[in-house]
Design a protein around this ligand. Sequence first.
Ligand code: HEC
Length: 158
Amino acid sequence: MRKYLLLSAVLLSGAAASAWLMTQAGAETSARPESADLGQGEKLYQSYCASCHGANLEGQPDWRSPGPDGALPAPPHDETGHTWHHSDSVLFDYTKLGGKAALAAQGVDFESGMPGFGDQLSDDQIWNILAYIKSTWPDRQRQIQAERSAAEAQREGN
Ligand code: HEC
């Protein structure tokens, strides 16, 4: 229970999320490609992510409640979820390292159901998948997420 609360605090609360974001300096984030390949991103999303996050980015049913094993289901990546609340570098690290390692780097011990894809996907491929996910959001969500990413990049000096 405590772990679930911790993660909820990290992922769901805006204040906690920005505190978490501020500790992101030095994370594994790599430079993204100059221009995203949305077609490739969509194909890779369907092959690597859709089985859990849904073919239409709808996530798993009851994604806000932990399952019988205490783990959280996969959240939607569309605008009904909270993916757009996170900066680019958070989304990148979560995808590359997996939930457990990404949170461990922040001192949070959590058995995440989100696997790491760093040994299956190149950095460019991960950026293309994220670009595809973002391309499905309405303007407002895209704008908020872009501003958050820019503010964080500035704090980190890159
Ligand atoms: C085996 C199921 C599974 C697969 C496959 C999977 N995920 Fe996840 N993912 C999860 C679960 C479960 C969570 C929620 C638990 C957590 O946040 O630790 C999650 C959380 C996330 C998050 C952070 C939460 C948020 O705010 O959206 C991101 C980003 C993410 N996944 C991206 C991806 C991408 C990109 C792919 C494909 C490359 C992918 N996932 C494939 C299960 C999966």
